[in-house]
Design a protein around this ligand. Structure first.
Ligand code: MN
Ligand code: MN
Length: 475
């Protein structure tokens, strides 16, 4: 006869067998909770300064220089290096005890974000208002970009080759910009009866730029001319200069705490500066790791990772080759490829947190939960894992072991219900070398919106996960 289990035995068995996710907050000591809030302050500062990929690179260089990193194109002495391409992508590395040929511990995040870019011929005048044409960059919901204060950031190359950096709309005394929207009284046919995706067409995302006419009443297009006059007076610009320009229109204003209890960070650009900042923190603190560690901050992820600064370029391979040349000169390129194939990587990117108001798009058993730590996604893609690099299970098993050993609160999750939608990351562009790689990052609410939300507990665990990863080794 089978002996009936006591209540205590059943409880013990359940504890042994059942997976029990635990909130980050319940796992943290009082000191760790304070650290969580302290770290969020530096993170918000970074988000407020680095609104574009170019500004993110500049910030990363400043912070890297302070921690003794050297530009590998200028210096081959030491153990801490970085490499930059076109001021829009950067990678940092710390040489480890083992030679880099044995494989890197790599964290790849991205520093480009959805936004509105000015077109190359942006300026025009319509019904006596000066306006800028835009072409949106990455996946946006267009209605989120109207009637909100916007800032313009970017670089203009003048006719004589001089570069002008623009940052307008962030200082409390700066003017801001705006895409106007139709009043509800007149919106019934042109907007309200349409599908949301069609209610605001891309060609109507135009920026209100000026409203004062040029002095002379007989001049044509007085508003356009006056705006050019102002730009000329302030920056020495002529209209043609706007063609050789990268001007990015982004939400104006700093990152903020959100909630009575300040539990969240709200800001533009947390996809993917949540991962960029915390992998930066982790690598800056590395002294002499066992493995050579690398943090890569890619551009162009939001538009498919193509281009010289995207993750599909040879930037990472070139940097790796240069690192290997420093430790063992005249190493054949085959060793660079071997190094990359022996590497282990985190494709560090944010995930979609279970949204209380739209739970129907998630599959709750496999959705990332806000407050439960960093989320590991074995696969991404959409419609049958299409286009996903689908991480290897041996690697996932190793990572789970490392995270559990070092008290990292982590969860498994996928972006949404099967057949609901989906998205890509940089993972497949690294996976092609044969390295182990998995998508990994904190969950956000309102991802890709002008004001994305992250839980401070999840951000703290993202940092801890990255630190753990960089400190780990394998055979
Ligand atoms: Mn992303
Ligand atoms: Mn994204």
């Amino acid at each position: 006869m089978v002996k009936k289990m006591t209540k205590k035995e059943i409880k013990q068995l359940s504890e042994k067998l059942l997976a029990r996710p635990k909130l980050v907050w319940d796992r943290l000591s009082a000191q760790e909770r304070r650290d969580c809030f302290t770290m969020a302050e530096s993170y918000k500062d970074f988000l407020s300064k680095a609104k574009t990929e170019r500004q993110a690179v500049a910030e990363i260089i400043t912070m890297a220089n302070e921690k003794g990193f050297k530009n590998i194109d200028l210096c081959s002495e030491g153990k801490r290096f970085y490499k930059v391409a076109q001021n829009k992508t950067i990678a940092l590395a710390v040489l480890g005890e083992k030679p880099p040929q044995q494989g890197l511990a790599l964290i790849a995040s991205h520093i480009d974000c959805p936004r509105l870019d000015l077109k190359q011929n942006p300026l025009y005048e319509e019904v006596e208002l000066a306006m800028f044409k835009t072409h949106y960059y990455g996946g946006i919901k267009k209605y989120q970009w109207v009637t909100r204060p916007l800032a313009i950031h970017g670089r203009i190359i003048k006719g004589d080759g001089q570069a002008i950096d623009i940052r307008l709309g962030e200082d409390i005394y700066d003017p801001v910009f705006v895409v106007c929207d139709l009043l509800p009284h007149l919106a019934r046919k042109v907007q309200a009866d349409k599908k949301m995706s069609e209610a605001i067409p891309g060609e109507k995302l135009n920026i209100l730029a000026g409203g004062i006419p040029f002095e002379d009443e007989d001049t044509k297009e007085r508003f356009k001319l006056e705006l050019l006059r102002v730009l000329n007076e302030r920056y020495g610009l002529v209209e043609e200069d706007l063609i050789s320009a990268e001007l990015e229109v982004v939400p104006a204003g700093p990152a903020k705490d959100v909630g009575w209890d300040r539990s969240f960070v709200g800001a533009y650009g947390q996809d993917d500066r949540a991962c960029a900042f915390h992998s930066l923190q982790a690598i800056l603190e590395m002294d002499t790791p066992t493995r050579t560690v690398m943090a890569h901050f890619a551009d162009k992820e939001e538009i498919g990772s193509a281009g010289a600064t995207g993750a599909d370029s040879l930037f990472l391979e070139n940097f790796t080759a240069e690192l290997i040349q420093i430790t063992s000169p005249r190493t054949p390129h085959l060793d660079v490829l071997r190094c990359l194939s022996r590497s282990r990587a985190l494709s560090a990117d944010v995930n979609a947190g279970l949204d209380p108001d739209y739970q129907e798009v998630h599959e709750k058993r496999n959705a990332a939960r806000i407050g439960y730590g960093i989320c590991l996604s074995k696969f991404g893609g959409s419609g049958g894992k299409y286009d996903s690099s689908d991480a290897d299970v041996d690697y996932l098993g190793w990572l789970r072991l490392m995270f559990n050993k070092h008290d990292v609160a982590w969860q498994a999750g996928e972006l949404g219900k099967v057949d609901e939608g989906g998205g890509g990351t940089v993972a497949k562009h690294m996976a092609k070398y044969g390295m182990d790689i998995i998508d990994c990052g904190p969950p956000l609410l309102s991802m890709h919106s002008p004001f994305e939300i992250a839980h401070k507990g999840d951000l703290y665990m993202t940092y801890r996960a990255f630190k753990t990863f960089f400190s780990s080794d394998w055979d």
